[in-house]
Each structure stands twice: as C-alpha cells, then as structure tokens.
Write a protein that binds this ligand. Structure first.
Ligand code: BGC
Length: 739
C-alpha cells in the first residue's frame, strides 16, 4: 500500500502556535472529562471549534487532506499530527469493545489490557423492549470504549432482520422498524454521552450475508422508507450519531459506498448529516464515484487504496473538486476534535465496573423469553428438589468470541452452569452431562463457515437420559453458537444443529420435568422442542452475565419479561423471502418482492400462522388490560393522538409487561399491512397492583410513504388501535378518526 508522503519540513511558525493552543485545550478538557449524562455532552462543535477546523483546513496541503481519507491501520485513520490532532481510533462493536489488533491486520495484538464487558448481542437487547436499558447499554459501552482509548465504536448494527437464517441476526435487532429505531436512538445517545462516536451500520439493506459483497438489492421506495430506513434516520436525526458505515452490497445498481441516492440525497440532503461516512472494511470499489457520492473514509482496504494516490490524482485531474475533499476533512476533523478531547490515553482498565456489570445483567435478565411453561414447571422451587440434570454443551460454552467478525475478549463470561452454581445453594446437586457434541460435516466451508452435523451422538443421549431419569428436573442448554451463527454466511436451515431435537425428545420422555433453555441469537426451529419439553426459555447470546441471568429466571429470582423481536416461522418456506424465492436472489440481484410485508406484517396480512409470533413472551404472573381511554376520538392530521390504559398484575409475582400498540387502517385506499406496531412501553407492575400507561403519539406517526408525492401522507379515516401482550394477543381496542 503506497501512502502519500507528507511534507513535514513545511511547518510554519503560525502552525506551531496553533499546535500549542490545541495542546493546551486538549489537556485542559481531558481532566475535565467525567461520566456525564447525555444531556450535557451532545458532542456538538462549538463556534470556536468550527472556526479552528476552518483555519486548520486552510493550512493543510492536499497530501495531508487525502492522508485523512483512508485507514492508516486496520482500525485507525490519520489525524494531522502537526496540528496536535491524533489518528482516529475505531473499535468493533456492536456488543462490546473488540480486542486490540495488530496495526495492519485483524490478528490479535496479544496485549493484556484489551478485554472488556461482553454485552448481550443486538437481538437480546431488542428482546428486552426496554428503551431505558438501551440507553444504559449505550452508556456502558461508550464508557468502555473511552476507557480502552478508542474514539469510535462500530455499532449499533441495525439492519432489519429480513430473513430468519441471516448470519448476523444475532448482531441486529428486529424485523420491526419502530422497535429497531427506538433502541438504536437510545444506544447511540448512550454511547455518545460518554464522549465517543457511535457508528450506525450497515447503511443500507445489508439483510443477507450470502453474496453480500456483490449482491444488488432492489426494493420499491415505499418499502425503503417504511421498513429499511427508519432506524438509520432516527439514529442520525434524533440520536445525532456522528458516524455511519456503508454496507457491502449494492443498492439499485451501485455500491452503498458510492451510492448517490443513499448518501448525497438522503443522508446528507434530507437528514442533514454532518458526521463521517466510513466504508465497511474493504467495501470501497471506486475513487471518483465514492468521492463525489458521499464516502469520507475508506477503511480496511489493503491492496487497492482508492482514497490515497488515485484520489490525489483525481483531484489534480479536476475529476474531484478540492472543495469536496475539504468538506470530508472538515467533518472528520469535527469528529476527531469532539471525541479526542475526551480521550483517556492511558489504558485505565476501568471496564466491567460494578455499574457496567449491572447493565449487562439487567439487559440479559430482561431479554430472556419464556416461550412455554406447562403446569408452571418454572420457576424451579429448590425446596422441593434435590437433584438437577444439567445437559448440553451450551451449559458450558462461552459465546463472546467464535465465528467470523464481531467478538469480544470478555473480561469474564459466566456460563449457565456457573450461573446455576452461583445461585442454587448447597442443598441441590447438579449432575452435568454433555448431551450433544458440536461436530461439523464440513469445516472451513467458504473459509468461515463450519457446516454443523445434524447427527445426534447416541452415547451422549443415553448418558443424558440416565441423568434425567435420576434427577428431579432436567435442564437442557441447547441452541447454536458462533460456528453456526456468524458474519459472512447465512445458515442453511433453522434446525437446531448436532441432532439436538432427538436429545430433547429423549430427555423429555425420560423426565417430563424437562426445561429447555435455547442459547441462540436468531430464530431456530422450535417445533419439536415445543412439543416435547415441559418449559422453554429463549436465552440469546447474553453476554458476560448470561449465566447469572438465566439462573435467576430459572429459580424465580427474576420474573421473565423478554418478548420476541422477530417472528419464528413454522417452516422456512413460510417466510416471504423464501416463499417468493427472492433469497439469496437471482443473478446477484435480491429483489425484495414482499415489499413492506416484512416479518409479522407478512404473516398477519397473509393469514399465515407462524411458530412463535412477534412480540410474544410469557411471564410468571398474569396481566389484565383495561379498555383504552382516548383523549380525543377525532383528531386533525397534525394533532397529537393521546390515549392510556391500565395494566393490572393479577398474579402473585411482580413483573414487567411490555404493552404493545398495533394500528390498522380501516378501508385503506392504499395497500397496507394488516397491522403495524406504533407504540410500546415496558412497565413494572407490582403483584396485585395496577399501573396507568400513557401513550403520546402524533397523527403523523400513522403516515405511509406515498411514492407519487415522494412524501409521507396521513390518510384520513378510521384507525383501529389495539393494545396487547404480543402481536397475536391483543386485549383492548379503540377506534380513532383522523380528519
Ligand atoms: C463488518 C463490520 C465490521 C468490520 C470491521 C466487516 O466485515 O461487516 O460490521 O465493523 O468488518 O471489523
């Protein structure tokens, strides 16, 4: 890689003075840094800082400017040393600060101060449906990013989970744009409140890993606006995210890193973005197009550097105006100045603080979804039992690393077995057996993926059956791992790998008190698990505190409150992409023919019954919904839509309920989904008590995107508002008329 040489000899006295001023400024604010709330630290440039940027850019040579526009290491891009501005340091997220790497490769740097908290992954965070927790998650992650000496955390990852077998479903959040947006905004605000930049990724339409570097995604404009863009838009316009990463794929014929429509028109034009656009690693494919169409920093390219010598030449040849380069440099300098003034230079190691451990624990414990609980098998009453059979590789398996891409060198990770040992007390004996063996038919298929074997290990099953027979209760920790769910490849099927269905069936027959805890980041086929096991918990890749959280739910110290952030199909062919044969696409084009009917919008509209519906999750208590009370039944197009309802905890355990409000348009003139999530709130309701839940929407929240008008339109007429505990369990309805 040929990097442009800078002319260090030409440092002027004036520049030295500027260095001095900046140094004083940087050291002064470094000590002033503290863990502030997001209100105080909006990461916005002051007039003084903006003026300083102008004067620095004026003094910079073209070589110096261009040196800032590509990675000068695998996770760094150059600052301008002679003005006291250091390189920008990036770290992979989205669920923890990645270990340090060698300067020019992904190989671990093998240092000792590069561990951090492994936070629950994106789908787990989404399953909490808790916006306040997303804010705390962002704050904790931002804090650790800062403590690890980095400026930009590469998260949140917010692509819509269009296909359940998508390899990165565990990193992403949801199939629903509202849930996705609300969590993304809070994550971003939290991260940036600690003085580092969030980087929302992957913009846009990176919804499959198969052919991700070459596939062209086609979809209609309404689908783009209503489903795939909302979370990006909110993260930028409301969350003020300082950076955004372009996706590997093409969108409507051009790569996302050089996509005039996505970058110039929408991101900069419509959303007024003022931060930096970075490419995904190795996702840059041109010089002039990328430069003119909005890309600021080329990252991860080792052999072909489009934004170095060739960009210099393109400017000299008049193909890229220097003004365009200056615009990029100014925005990059803005991010550098805003983040570096908070930088902690010494690796203080202040990760996994008590506060951050609590965030990891709270997210993990609120994410766990109780899917089935026959005869109130859960929670386990330890006074009534003496022995538990703990079965399955996932009882012991750690998930912070593995597979390709996103991983964390966890400071610690409590496995389910360790969690149970921490919590169970001395009177209950645990008998631990492996149950299944993660073995592979093909290793290194396409370099990254190991194709898991579907053959059960009969000896391990026999051993598990014996253990279950001799125990009061059997708990199987089943599911996947990062050899199965990983970046750069999609799963071939939804089936639980390694023949686990046979294990679950055999153990459940041996002991009807069998509880299955599924450790996975995406939907799996739950058909046979649900018909055999007495109780089922979906427990995600749940981070450093995973084991403590699942043990507390199993033992009833925590009342489960997670809700599914996506639909589980009964069969892969039910999913719109498979049904319409649009995945992985033909001739490297994925045409999203299902349009706006993504996730539950498809199942509900087409009257298809999935295995587990969107928003589903049981509790150890029961909630009663009162009728919706509306402030005004008839409202104007620009007016507020306000309503409330009471939720009563009619059981004996305090618990959280997530009230979900879905809206359907009566006799719509345009095609619509049967219903859409328009509001949600997670509330803690003490046993026997009622809580009033208020919702405050605007009529504009009901708008659809009109392709002809190229704008959002609120259709007048009647809308049914239905509130409930899941997308299929709607308990209370009312009609509101928009004039
Ligand atoms: C992923 C990004 C990640 C980058 C750097 C890419 O392969 O798509 O999400 O941030 O690598 O590790």
């Amino acid at each position: 890689m040929k990097i442009i040489k800078m002319d260090h000899e030409r440092i002027l006295i004036r520049d030295l003075v500027i260095i001095l001023i900046i140094s004083i400024f940087v050291s002064g604010t470094l000590f002033a840094f503290q863990r502030t709330g997001e209100e105080k630290n909006k990461l916005q440039l002051t007039k003084k800082e903006a003026a300083r940027i102008d004067s620095i850019v004026k003094a910079m040579s073209l070589e110096e400017k261009i040196a800032m526009l590509h990675g000068n290491g695998i996770f760094t891009s150059a600052g301008v040393k002679r003005f006291g501005i250091d390189d920008l340091k990036y770290s992979d997220g989205p669920h923890g600060v990645r270990e340090d790497t060698e300067l020019n490769s992904f190989k671990p740097a093998k240092t000792t101060l590069d561990s951090s908290t492994f936070f629950p992954t994106g789908s787990a965070l989404a399953a909490t449906w808790n916006q306040e927790l997303a804010l705390k998650y962002g704050k904790a992650l931002g804090w650790e990013t800062r403590m690890r000496g980095k400026d930009v955390i590469l998260g949140p990852a917010i692509n819509i989970t269009r296909i359940p077998v998508g390899g990165r479903t565990f990193e992403y959040m949801s199939e629903d744009p509202l849930l996705n947006s609300r969590l993304a905004v809070n994550y971003v605000k939290g991260v940036q409140s600690n003085g580092v930049a969030a980087c929302v990724k992957h913009y846009a339409a990176n919804n499959q890993e198969t052919n991700r570097g070459t596939v062209n995604v086609e979809m209609d404009e309404r689908t783009l606006r209503e489903i795939y863009l909302p979370a990006f838009k909110s993260a930028i316009t409301e969350g003020n995210a300082l950076s955004i990463m372009t996706a590997y794929n093409k969108f409507r014929g051009s790569y996302c890193s050089e996509n005039d429509y996505l970058l110039n028109k929408i991101l900069f034009g419509e959303w007024g973005f003022n931060g930096i656009v970075i490419s995904d690693w190795g996702g840059t494919h041109s010089t002039v197009n990328c430069a003119l169409n909005g890309l600021d920093v080329e990252m991860g390219s080792f052999r072909k550097v489009y934004f170095a010598d060739s960009l210099f030449k393109a400017v000299k040849d008049g193909k890229v105006p220097e003004k365009v380069i200056e615009g990029k440099v100014k925005r990059i300098l803005g991010v550098m100045i805003l983040t570096q003034k908070n930088r902690v230079d010494k690796l203080s190691g202040a990760v996994s603080t008590a506060e951050n451990n609590k965030v990891a624990y709270d997210v993990a414990s609120q994410s766990i979804v109780l899917v089935k609980n026959s005869n109130n098998l859960l929670p386990i009453n330890t006074n009534e039992i003496k022995k538990i059979a703990v079965i399955g590789d996932n009882a012991m398996h750690k998930h912070a690393t593995g597979g390709f891409g996103a991983g964390v060198k966890a400071r610690y990770e409590v496995t389910p077995l360790e969690g149970l040992r921490n919590k169970i007390g001395k009177n209950v004996q645990l008998q631990v057996v492996h149950g299944y063996n993660p073995s592979y038919d093909t290793i290194n298929y396409k370099k990254f993926q190991k194709v898991p074997s579907d053959k059960p290990d009969q000896n391990l099953i026999k051993e598990a059956v014996e253990a279950a027979k001799n125990s009061d209760v059997a708990i199987i920790f089943a599911g996947t791992n990062h050899d199965v769910e990983t970046e750069a490849t999609d799963r071939k099927s939804l089936a639980l790998p390694y023949g686990q269905d046979e294990l679950i069936k055999a153990v459940s027959e041996a002991n009807p008190k069998t509880i299955v805890c599924v450790v996975a980041g995406a939907p799996t086929d739950m058909n046979r698990t649900l018909s055999s096991a007495g109780a089922v918990l979906y427990t995600w890749f749940n981070g450093s505190q995973a084991g403590n959280a699942v043990a507390d739910v199993l033992l009833g110290n925590v009342n489960p409150s997670g809700k599914m952030p996506f639909t589980f199909p009964a069969d892969l062919n039910q999913t719109p992409a498979q049904y319409l044969n649009t995945f992985p696409g033909k001739d490297l084009t994925a045409n999203y023919l299902e349009g706006i009917l993504v996730g539950y919008r498809w199942y509900d509209t087409k009257a298809i019954v999935p295995q587990i519906c969107f928003g589903f999750g049981l509790s150890y208590t029961t909630f009663d919904y009162s009728g919706i009370r509306v402030a005004k039944n008839v409202v104007g197009k620009n007016e507020a839509v306000k309503f409330s309802l009471n939720i009563k905890n009619s059981g004996t355990k305090t618990g959280y309920e997530t009230v979900q409000v879905y809206v359907s348009k009566v006799n719509s003139a345009v095609k619509r989904a049967e219903k859409e999530l328009k509001a949600f709130k997670k509330v803690l309701v003490p046993a026997g008590k009622s809580v009033k839940v208020n919702f405050d929407l605007n009529a504009s929240d009901l708008a659809y995107f009109d392709e002809q008008k190229h704008n959002w339109v609120v259709e007048p007429g009647d809308y049914i508002f239905a509130a409930g505990s899941s997308s299929k369990d709607l308990r209370s309805r009312t009609t509101i008329t928009i004039q």
